[in-house]
Design a protein around this ligand. Structure first.
Ligand SMILES: [Mn+2]
Length: 246
């Protein structure tokens, strides 16, 4: 039987934006880190059962080893599990962060298989599907070939990173996520990343949202989502602000 489940959904952290190691631009590095800490504090205050991070934790694959280890430690230290996917900025290119740093060893679940993979967290009663993005291009379809619900007794959650394409819309964007693909998926909740503002793109019976990014965007505060799944009622989503850092 399904049990109530409380999720925190975030994405697009972009650590080490304009920082590549050494002493140059440490202010920017530290501001990104402080914004991530503010996000994790806001999420921690809600004591969710599970945190979903829908891509672009890092701004680029040249992120410094220090920042990668720092972020991994921060995520591993949380009192709830974290499940995440790479985004286009930290995609699975040859020099990928996720190839050279073992998040799994630290206890952070990263869904890396380009063909897609399903992780089951039995204690929480959830199965989570996602795929690793190798290259951000129009032929990459984040929601292609989503498997059917694996187990009627588990919540089924999805993670994807890309550009939403409305019903009957066309797109030449990279990594398009079509409304009909959302509708056809059997997820109880689909956590999306890539668009830096919160946005409800639910389709059919599938609740699907972009969480927004933790940093302010054009004067609007950063955001994450608090998602409550209740048996028989579906998903309730609340947009939560992240205090800006200077
Ligand atoms: Mn992105």
């Amino acid at each position: 039987m399904h049990r109530p489940l409380r999720l925190a959904h975030c994405s697009d952290i972009h650590l080490d934006s304009d920082y590549f190691g050494g002493d140059w631009n440490l202010t920017r590095r530290d501001r990104d880190r402080a914004q991530f800490d503010a996000l994790l504090a806001a999420i921690g205050a809600q004591a969710p059962d599970l945190m979903l991070l829908a891509g672009d934790l890092f701004d680029h694959n040249r992120a410094s080893a220090g920042t990668i280890e720092w972020a991994c430690e921060r995520l591993a230290a949380l009192p709830f599990p974290v499940v995440m996917i790479p985004g286009n900025h930290d995609c699975l290119a040859e020099n990928a962060i996720y190839h050279r740093h073992d998040f799994a060893a630290a206890g952070v679940h990263v869904l890396l298989d380009p063909a897609g993979q399903t992780l089951t967290l039995a204690k929480l009663g959830v199965a989570i599907w996602g795929r690793g993005m190798v290259d951000h291009h129009p032929g990459h379809r984040p929601l292609a070939d989503v498997p059917a619900r694996p187990d009627a007794d588990l919540w089924y959650l999805g993670l994807a990173h890309g550009v939403h394409v409305p019903a009957h819309g066309e797109s030449r964007n990279s990594s398009p996520i079509h409304a009909h693909e959302i509708e056809n998926a059997e997820f109880d909740y689909l956590a999306l990343g890539h668009i830096h503002c919160p946005r409800d793109v639910s389709a059919g019976r599938t609740p699907a949202w972009y969480s927004g990014a933790p940093h302010p965007v054009i004067g609007e505060p950063g955001s994450f989502l608090s998602v409550t799944l209740t048996p028989g009622e579906g998903a309730r989503v609340a947009v939560c602000g992240v205090p800006p850092v200077r």
